[in-house]
Design a protein around this ligand. Structure first.
Ligand SMILES: [Zn+2]
Length: 249
């Protein structure tokens, strides 16, 4: 595995893998249990937004997902809801002002504190109790841990006549082709998304000096929404896939 970029939020790496396996891992990321608000009980809402709209917005707030929580359907409480499988968040606020994710009180922590929930004017009040639980992205997108995609790494073949015009270098929107010492050099093939702008500009009589084709290696990008780290999305997606395959035995 060749790591191109790695931060807690984002990981980009290159690996030679079959697309069927890569896709199975990608899909498994939607089965990682992730914490999100699932029920909201309002006791007061003077704002201009309907209860349903606020509840939907709260569902989409990324919450830091603890490792030791149970899925409600697998919990000892038998789907009743208890402290091992649910977290309650309280919101009591009065206008004027914007109410943010940081104004929620409870044991779950919002990933982005400054995400706005609702705007209140003078004298407007809001009071609610939200219940968050673990869920899976295949059930609802709010339980998705992030974005996971891959594509083929490009094989770039530079022809002999390329250095004469260097039009391909000018045409590349990623700027990865450079004319250096009378030679076209590929500076970073991992940036190539096979758009073939270089091939188009070079094509004469249906033939092009420069050739681009999808290679065997795949370049993966995983970007976390913040509930769990990007490298954890990969590790846990693989675990989910292995677990699902065990059921086939
Ligand atoms: Zn429980």
């Amino acid at each position: 595995m060749k790591i191109i970029q790695k931060t807690p939020e984002k990981i980009i790496f290159v690996e030679e893998a079959k697309e069927s396996l890569a896709n199975a891992i990608r899909r498994s990321a939607l089965e990682i249990p992730i914490l999100a608000v699932d029920e909201v009980e309002f006791s007061k809402n003077d704002s201009v937004l309907y209860d349903e709209v606020i509840a939907l917005r709260m569902g989409l707030l990324p919450l830091k997902t603890p490792k030791d929580m149970n899925l409600r359907e697998e919990c000892t409480c038998k789907n009743e809801g208890c402290s091992k499988c649910s977290v309650q968040l309280k919101l009591v606020a009065k206008g004027p002002g914007i109410i943010y994710a940081k104004d929620l009180n409870g044991k779950a922590e919002a990933v982005y504190e400054d995400m706005p929930i609702v705007s209140l004017i003078e004298e407007q009040e809001i009071e609610l109790v939200a219940t968050a639980r673990l869920g899976k992205g295949i059930e609802h997108t709010k339980f998705s841990p992030g974005i996971f995609f891959y594509r083929n790494v490009a094989e770039i073949e530079i022809g002999k006549g390329c250095e004469k015009c260097a039009d391909c270098a000018k045409a590349c929107p990623q700027g990865i082709l450079k004319l250096e010492k009378n030679k076209i050099e590929v500076t970073d093939k991992y940036k190539c998304d096979l758009c073939e702008a270089c091939v188009e500009v070079c094509r004469k009589d249906g033939e092009s000096e420069i050739k681009i084709s999808p290679g065997k290696e795949l370049i993966f990008t995983i970007e976390s929404f913040g509930q769990i780290k990007a490298d954890e999305i990969l590790a846990r997606a693989v675990d989910v896939l292995i677990d699902n395959l065990k059921e086939l035995k």
